[in-house]
Design a binder for this molecule. Structure first.
Ligand code: NAD
Length: 341
């Protein structure tokens, strides 16, 4: 029986990526049907609401969403639709694998990291005030319950995926209450409930430097929301850029899958950006809904296309090769997929 998933088309380069992902997944034989909905700038122009009720209802009903990128206005305007969806459906765990793929131009090969980012609190609760024109305040919230569940998610993931070590990232030397609590609870859960997984911690600034110098010595990072957001982009840089970094937002009943990158507005409509991040996010989704063999076959096809380097987008072109368009790269991935046993 087919599973219906919500495909959120997004804005900027989102709609063109959504077209490609639908084409690829349909041709892959995955047993899924798509319910296409809108969110972001285009939805705001049409419905005066960047996250229309129809979109929320669709995710509520289908429980699984594949979401193309969405623009968030900077400094003013509506609040982040991405953050709203994560909050509405309590998608508390943000999983961001950063895995090296052969053939990708990158300063450091063999990076193999999983970042688990707490997705519901920290500075992202968006509680800000400006008591005077010269003073602005933002509240950083860390709770025991949210920390316990993200720590359990990270250690369980480590056990399930044969990972050996979890590094808790924090700034507890300065933020003794908030990050201090995140660190203490995470380490307690690790020691008591997952004694076979090694647990260590790093202060976030040192972590950033070490990730650039020797990422290979790390395995999984467990981060509060803000540090996870920043470090996962850094790790995307280590594996060759935002064009290839996927992510999953997991809750108890619902889950949403999306590329780490944003709506890249300057490339809107140009059929230019790399589809890999969104394709690999859809593979995380396929594994989550019980279609692992198709997911693994798509992942293998993507890896082979990138390794060959003949039909890849501008960000992956090596030497003097001509860049392919988004749709040409997807064509090549589909050809490769069909040629695999
Ligand atoms: P961005 O990720 O959209 O783009 C930054 C740069 O990265 C691009 O200019 C491009 O050079 C490169 N890039 C991004 N995606 C690529 C791809 N698929 N292939 C090749 N190169 C790619 O980040 P930004 O410019 O800071 O943000 C643009 C908008 O996206 C903002 O409104 C931001 O809030 C939003 N955003 C949304 C999400 C999301 O929907 N989950 C995530 C991050 C940012």
């Amino acid at each position: 029986m087919s599973k219906t998933i919500t495909l959120v088309k997004g804005d900027g380069v989102g709609p063109e990526l959504a077209v490609q992902i639908k084409r690829l997944l349909t041709e892959s034989g995955a047993k899924i049907d798509f319910e296409e909905v809108e969110a972001g700038e285009d939805a705001f122009k049409k419905f005066n609401d960047p996250l229309p009720k129809e979109t929320i209802d669709s995710i509520k009903r289908n429980k699984i969403a594949l979401k193309a990128p969405i623009t968030t206005p900077i400094g003013s305007g509506y609040r982040s639709v991405n953050v709203q969806i994560r909050k509405l459906f309590d998608l508390y765990a943000n999983l961001r694998p950063a895995l090296y793929m052969e053939g990708v131009p990158t300063p450091i090969p063999n990076v193999n990291l999983i970042i688990v980012r707490e997705n519901t609190e920290d500075l992202y609760i968006g509680q800000e005030e400006q008591p005077t024109p010269d003073k602005a305040i933002s509240y950083k919230v860390i709770t025991r319950s949210a920390t316990e569940r993200i720590a359990r998610y990270a250690f369980k993931y480590a056990g399930d995926h044969k990972r050996k070590k979890v590094t808790v990232v924090h700034k507890a030397n300065i933020l003794k209450f908030t990050d201090g609590m995140f660190l203490k609870i995470s380490k307690e859960i690790g020691a008591k409930e997952y004694p076979d997984i090694q647990c260590e911690d790093r202060i976030v600034d040192n972590m950033a430097m070490q990730l650039v110098q020797k990422p290979q010595i790390y395995d999984m990072l467990l981060c509060p929301n803000l540090y996870g957001d920043i470090l996962s982009d850094l790790c995307a840089g280590l594996i060759g850029g935002l064009g290839i970094a996927p992510s999953a937002n997991i809750g108890v009943d619902h889950a949403m899958f999306e590329a780490v990158h944003g709506s890249a507005p300057k490339y809107k409509g140009l059929n230019k950006v790399n589809p890999t991040a969104f394709i690999l996010s859809s593979c995380l989704m396929l594994k989550h809904i019980g279609e692992p063999s198709i997911a693994e076959k798509i992942e293998l096809a993507v890896k082979q296309v990138i390794k060959e380097g003949k039909r890849v987008t501008y960000d992956l072109v090596r030497g003097k090769g001509e860049p392919s368009t988004t749709s040409q790269m997807v064509d090549e991935i589909m050809n490769k997929f069909h040629s695999l046993k």
